[in-house]
Design a protein. Structure first.
Length: 404
């Protein structure tokens, strides 16, 4: 099978979407797919570079496009692309990738066009190529699109301006000709199909993100570290959770003083100030972002892994970091919506590390964990029930079976 993947987000960019796409690319190549990736060149002015050696592996034939010569500013680069592609949401990348892929398809045959995140830039290319060449198109959406459909507290959850209604109509039109629409979880798929009023019977494919693990080479310190990986800030951080965690540590003072909650990655300055002003710095630590490879080693070193999601009525998102958490076979502490993707995966409150997001519930869950740590009890029941679901081979086999 020959697949042409289109995405502006790809290693060595250090962001969740690039990491997901890089892992998927390697897994596709390992499964025997002939993969060509069309992406943008690394821009040190806009991107953080990930020096992880894992991106030296075979990710197919990667074609990196640079902005046109007239892109003195972002506006001058994007405006001609918006006119050419007839879509206000597009950027220079959509126009450049479309032109490159057209030339590529005139000389080579591909079985599938796979558009990946971010949705709009890649989706525009997939839509146009599907019409021009009648080639099978799989449109991937890892998050709601258009962004007006992000639910509270991220957004409104619906379009309410002329531009947002226009984006919605275009997205519905584009996805109506996609052969398959790919989501990382079923809840997001159902949510977007309903939001867009999209007819998707038999076209929706669900394939989770891929989890990786690395064994740590460093020796563990004397602390019991509860680790959170990734960007954290409003609305993903709950100050009530932090207060409860710290207050419960004080209640257990003298027996488990060596417990630390570590946030590794970019954080909001208000969070740093909140921790400092409340005297929590001895037990709640903020560390700077590290490479992806290093973050996997830090997961292996940790005693417990924490996932913090925004407070949502329904957890339609699937945080890609959860797959690395699951594969690590580490005990999990999950601050996630009672009704949501993570709850579905671990069995809700039947999993001892599932906290929900109501204060009474998560306070009880934190206290239970601290008591078990105090007694040095096994936390084997805190691990992910079915980690094999996120192994690369399993994910890719299901994905290829769905799109074949």
């Amino acid at each position: 099978m020959r697949i042409l993947m289109v995405t502006p987000n790809f290693p060595p960019q250090l962001n969740p979407e690039s990491i997901c796409n890089g892992k998927l690319a390697q897994a596709l190549v390992d499964s025997g797919v002939e993969l060509t990736v069309v992406t943008q060149s690394f821009n040190p002015a806009k991107h953080i570079k990930d020096e992880s050696p894992c991106w030296n592996g075979n990710m197919g034939k990667v074609m990196r496009l640079s902005p046109p010569w007239y892109s003195i500013t972002e506006r001058t680069g994007n405006l001609p692309a918006k006119i050419r592609m007839r879509e206000r949401s597009t950027s220079w990348f959509s126009s450049a990738a479309y032109g490159y892929c057209r030339r590529l398809l005139r000389g080579q045959s591909f079985d599938i066009i796979l558009s990946r995140s971010n949705p709009v830039d890649a989706m525009i290319v997939g839509y146009c190529l599907r019409k021009d060449f009648n080639i099978k198109w799989v449109a991937g959406l890892n998050d709601p699109h258009p962004t007006c459909f992000y639910p509270e507290p991220y957004g409104k959850g619906y379009p309410d301006s002329f531009f947002e209604h226009s984006q919605t109509r275009w997205t519905r039109k584009a996805l109506s000709i996609a052969d398959h629409v790919l989501f990382p979880c079923e809840r997001l798929g159902r949510y977007m199909i309903k939001a867009l009023n999209l007819k998707a019977e038999g076209r929706m494919i669900v394939a989770p993100h891929i989890g990786w693990r690395r064994d740590a080479l460093k020796s563990k310190d004397d602390y019991i570290n509860i680790l959170h990986i990734g960007t954290l800030g409003p609305p993903r951080v709950s100050k009530n959770f932090l207060r409860c965690f710290y207050d419960l540590l004080l209640e257990h003072s003298g027996t488990i003083d060596n417990i630390r909650l570590i946030f590794l990655g970019r954080t909001d300055e208000k969070l740093r100030r909140f921790i400092k002003e409340n005297g929590m710095e001895s037990h709640i630590i903020i560390e700077n972002q590290v490479s992806y490879e290093e973050s996997l080693k830090r997961i292996d070193e940790a005693s417990v892994i924490l996932l913090m999601e925004a407070t949502l009525k329904e957890g339609i998102f699937f945080p890609s970091k959860f797959c690395d958490y699951a594969i690590s076979n580490k005990p999990l502490l999950l601050f996630s919506p009672e009704k949501g993707t993570i709850s579905d995966l671990v069995g809700g409150y039947s999993h001892p590390g599932f906290l929900g997001q109501e204060e009474k519930r998560f306070k009880y869950g934190i206290d239970r964990l601290l008591r078990r740590l105090d007694k040095n009890e096994s936390l084997s029941d805190y691990t992910c029930p079915r980690p094999d679901e996120f192994e690369a081979k399993h994910v890719v086999n299901d994905l290829l079976a769905g799109i074949s």
